[in-house]
Design a binder for this molecule. Structure first.
Ligand code: AMP
Length: 196
């Protein structure tokens, strides 16, 4: 079964973990723009050098860079039958770009999963992650900046997807297995009823 999905939610809502679980459940690749940037930064590539000054501050990498990167990634063979995009789109211009990329492949999104969590819970989770993973951008300022950008630019995008009948909202609070089950049940239902 093909499945072209976006998973959205503020940092700390468990997006990456759930995207990986879902990718296994649906047998499609999880594509995280944050992971691609981190791999490039680690590898010292020109893309990594460019991205680093933005990611370290919690700012968005410019759309021109991010959009090209996603376009290239979605053109790879393993994404032909589906994908789960994690961390993209993050603003209205990226929503339009994703539509254009998919239209170019004569396909469209099947669903957009939004993981919800309140800010106090998110801050607690991010503080824990900072201790465990030691991510360069998990400083207090950068975390606050990313949550603000999410509230201002990314959260409003869900309304557009809801209008298209694509939005599946899931409570992201709970054990990993519990949340994964909620997503699987809601998505299986949404995918079974999608327009063909
Ligand atoms: P994430 O792992 O999704 O939190 O992403 C880490 C960082 O990578 C973000 O704070 C941004 O600096 C950058 N990034 C990831 N995805 C995007 C995107 N769609 N647009 C712009 N910047 C992004």
């Amino acid at each position: 079964m093909t499945a072209r999905l976006v998973i959205m939610g503020p940092q700390g809502a468990g997006k990456g973990t759930q995207a990986a679980r879902l990718a296994e459940h649906l047998a499609v690749p999880a594509i995280s723009t944050g992971d691609i940037f981190r791999a490039n930064i680690k590898g010292g590539t020109p893309l990594g050098e460019l991205a680093q000054s933005y990611t370290a501050r919690g700012e968005l990498v410019p759309d021109s860079v991010t959009n090209d990167m996603v376009r290239d990634r979605l053109a790879q063979a393993d994404a032909a039958e589906g994908f789960i995009l994690d961390g993209y789109p993050r603003n209205a211009a990226q929503v339009a770009e994703l539509d254009a990329i998919l239209a170019g492949h004569e396909v469209a999104l099947d669903a957009v999963v939004e993981l919800t969590a309140d800010r106090a819970e998110l801050l607690e989770r991010l503080r824990l992650r900072a201790q465990v993973e030691g991510r360069e951008d998990d400083t207090e300022e950068s975390i606050a900046r990313r949550l603000d950008i999410y509230d201002e630019q990314t959260a409003p995008l869900t309304a557009a997807y809801a209008e298209r009948g694509l939005l599946v909202r899931i409570d992201g609070i709970g054990e990993i297995d519990e949340v994964a089950d909620r997503i699987a049940v809601a998505l299986d239902d949404a995918l079974a009823h999608r327009a063909v």
